[in-house]
Design a protein around this ligand. Structure first.
Ligand SMILES: Cc1ncc(COP(=O)(O)O)c(C=O)c1O
Length: 389
């Protein structure tokens, strides 16, 4: 171990933070946009401005197809999932509203909610999870018996990898007459998402993880009938004679010049995922997960978190070596073996509390579309070597 080869090696297993690498079609689309298009969409009347607008249109259409969204104009682009979540929560919640959410939420949801609780008197009820990070859906059904204005659910935990069954949650929301908002940061591009079949009223997604786009891209879908107040107002290239913000989508939520180059890349990433097929993506990640889980169970002192059944999870796996500081383990994985993971707390303190890993956190191993079974084996060998020495 510790040879030059290991030090130069890049085994990237931090795909829950951002996916890497991206397929060549993503940067090719970005390069084409940068060098051949370059105009400002919706602003000017010339060819390059129209071409830039067409880039946005095509990406919106691809996303609508992927998520089964009837009208693509109800998707507004944002710079990431965090911004999309903030637009929805700040734009929709009013003083005295009641929100039901879960113990597995990321701080992208919990911080705006806690702020709204303090500043606007929004009531928040948090549905618990079990020690594997599975949200208690019976408790959710009970919480929805009292009048609620919004149900906010993380589709898959970025700590435990645990999935929420959106078909079941969607029907709970329908029965209770409550709009369902889904944080799909960890699942868009990796798991099937059908806003119609799952009764999703609000979908927040990021572009740089499973959708394989560049960082700085993401979006928000909101069903017709729900009209969040814009968080940011300004020039949209439309209704320019008026000083009031347009109310129609997507302009209401897309002020200022967008990240056209990034969104060209996102469109290519979405097309790549659709060409492969979500089931094939999931099948690949299942093989990686199962190899890792089986191998990890044989490493003395290695603790595994999250559900063991693939049907209940994604390929984001938290582990710990008994008695070891996860930050140190993560550092050694990188320094000595070229294995890149995330270690410590993962922006979801309550999830760590339910798993029993607060405050030191976990070593998070997150597989992606471009990982191989060899990558899994190298990670297992590295963890075994650290466990031994
Ligand atoms: C579950 C979840 N929600 C939201 C986010 C925020 O995503 P972004 O950093 O792209 O805004 C993340 C990022 O890791 C996440 O895992």
């Amino acid at each position: 171990m510790n040879g030059a080869n290991e030090r130069d090696r890049v085994i990237y297993l931090d795909n829950a933070a951002t996916t890497f690498p991206k397929p060549p079609c993503v940067w090719e689309a970005m390069e084409k946009c940068f060098f051949q298009i370059g105009g400002n969409p919706g602003r000017s009347g010339h060819r390059l401005s129209y071409k830039a607008a067409a880039v946005l249109f095509d990406t919106r259409e691809s996303l609508a197809k992927l998520f089964h969204i009837g009208s693509s104009e109800r998707i507004a682009f944002t710079k990431n999932a965090t911004e999309a979540i903030n637009v929805a929560l700040f734009g929709l919640l009013r003083p005295g509203d009641r929100v039901v959410t879960t113990a597995m939420e990321h701080n992208a949801v919990m911080r705006p909610l806690r702020h709204l609780e303090r500043s606007k008197g929004v009531r928040i009820d948090v549905v618990p999870a079990n020690a594997q990070g599975m949200v208690d859906l019976e408790a959710m059904a009970r919480a929805l018996k009292e009048k609620a204005d919004l149900l906010v659910v993380n589709h898959a935990s970025n700590v435990a990898g645990s999935l929420v069954d959106l078909v079941e949650v969607g029907s709970l929301a329908r029965d209770a007459g409550v709009p369902l908002m889904v944080d799909a940061a960890q699942t868009a591009g990796c798991c099937p998402i059908d806003v119609e079949a799952m009764n999703i009223s609000i979908l927040a997604f990021t572009g740089h993880k499973g959708l394989l786009g560049p960082q700085g891209t993401g979006g928000l879908y909101v069903a017709p009938g729900l009209e969040p107040l814009p968080l940011i107002m300004g020039g949209t290239g439309s209704n320019s004679e008026r000083e009031e913000q347009p109310r129609f989508w997507p302009d209401a939520h897309e002020s200022g010049t967008p990240n056209v180059v990034g969104l060209a890349g996102l469109g290519a990433g979405v097309e790549y995922v659709m060409d492969k097929g979500i089931e094939a993506v999931r099948g690949h990640e299942e093989r990686l997960f199962k190899r890792f889980w089986e191998g990890a169970r044989g490493i003395p002192g290695l603790l595994l978190y999250g559900p063991s059944r693939w049907e209940e999870r994604v390929a984001v796996v938290s582990v710990n070596l008994e008695g070891r500081d996860p930050a140190r383990v993560g550092h050694r994985l990188d320094r000595d073996f070229g294995v890149m993971v995330r270690a410590g707390l993962h922006c979801a303190p309550s999830a760590h509390k339910f798993l029993g890993t607060f405050p030191t956190g976990t070593v998070r191993v997150a597989f992606g579309l471009f990982n191989t079974l060899d990558d899994v084996d190298i990670a297992l060998e590295a963890l075994e070597a650290i466990a031994r020495g």
